[in-house]
Design a protein around this ligand. Structure first.
Ligand code: RIB
Ligand code: CA
Length: 311
């Protein structure tokens, strides 16, 4: 039976690769894609999600969720992802329609309809939609199979502030509520995604694929790389969001530890920090699997194999 998932996303070039990876993998059934405000505002993230679905040749419903964080002004990341959020590969305006149903209601209705424990939530942007769904319908929380989210950092520290990773920083109140909700959590932080760096050879391999998705991935990762190269001096773009889907497909590619993670919402300098108790000194109950290492070659081999299967 394929793993049923809902992807909650703020495309974003790395979101796009994650969505394509999921849509290319028969082990996964994407029940729906819900856009959230994050890398760029919601009108762009929802249109980008529809463009990516259209590029994939698959038919998956796309919904729009929340257009701003629970309690703060929206912070976006055009400096990383470009004005459109998908700079690097130009895609035509989507003909795939946006679903009329509110994206948060789609999450609620799907979890209420499907058998308990059979739907995994995969948030790869700010956690606003997930927290709003849990606030609006607390009865769905025990029905969630697990949440596999890209977000947070500990040893790697922050990427949008010295202490915080972007997805958590944009909506720390939402993140704190999701981390405290009690649903099984798999956290894919910068600690592991900064080891998932593209190489020139891999991007060239994508560009040379005899389909349309390979060259699109090459254009996105080429664009996306420039920010990290300028900031960290690292060669290669970190494929943050695809690591969530890769974990679902091949969890043995990753190593991590079941620990307690709390989200700082009141720190003067540390708001949005994920306080990961890696050394288990707090005595607080473990609430998440915190991933720290990845078999990089295995990861990129998996992504290459799946992108090659797309149109
Ligand atoms: O910090 C990386 C995360 O922020 C990724 O999900 C990227 O797409 C951006 O949303
Ligand atoms: Ca993202």
């Amino acid at each position: 039976m394929p793993q049923k998932i809902i992807i909650d996303t703020d495309p974003g070039q790395d979101d796009a690769v994650a969505i394509l990876l999921a849509l290319a993998s028969p082990e996964i059934e994407v029940l729906g894609i819900v856009a959230v405000a994050g890398n760029v505002p919601l009108p762009l993230t929802e249109a980008n999600a529809r463009k990516i679905v259209e590029l994939s040749g698959q038919s998956v419903p796309v919904f729009a969720g929340c257009d701003r964080p629970l309690a703060r002004d929206l912070v976006t990341a055009e400096h990383v992802h470009g004005k459109t959020g998908l700079d690097g590969t130009d895609l035509p305006d989507p003909t795939v329609p946006l679903q009329p149903q509110d994206g948060v209601d789609f999450i609620i209705d799907t979890l209420r309809r499907e058998p308990a424990g059979t739907v995994t939530l995969v948030p790869i942007g700010p956690l606003t939609n997930i927290a709003t769904a849990f606030r609006r319908a607390p009865d769905i929380i025990p029905k969630v199979q697990r949440i596999v989210l890209m977000g947070g950092a500990y040893f790697e520290v922050g990427n949008i502030t010295p202490a915080a990773e972007f997805n958590i920083y944009v909506d720390p109140e939402a993140a704190a509520e999701v981390f405290a909700a009690g649903a099984p959590l798999v956290v894919v932080p910068l600690d592991v995604t900064h080891k998932a760096l593209t190489s020139r050879a891999w991007v060239d391999q994508m560009r040379d694929l005899p389909n349309r998705c390979g060259p699109a991935v090459a254009g996105w990762t080429d664009f996306f790389e420039r920010f990290d190269t300028a900031k960290y001096g690292s060669l290669g773009a970190p494929l943050h969001d695809p690591c969530t889907i890769a974990w679902l497909l091949e969890p043995d590619l990753f190593q991590g530890r079941q620990i307690n993670i709390e989200v700082e919402t009141e720190g003067r300098w540390t708001t949005g920090m994920t306080v990961a108790d890696w050394w288990r000194v707090s005595g607080r109950a473990a609430n998440a699997l915190f991933l720290k290492d990845v078999d990089r070659d295995g990861l990129f081999g998996l992504i290459s194999d799946r992108i090659a299967r797309l149109p």
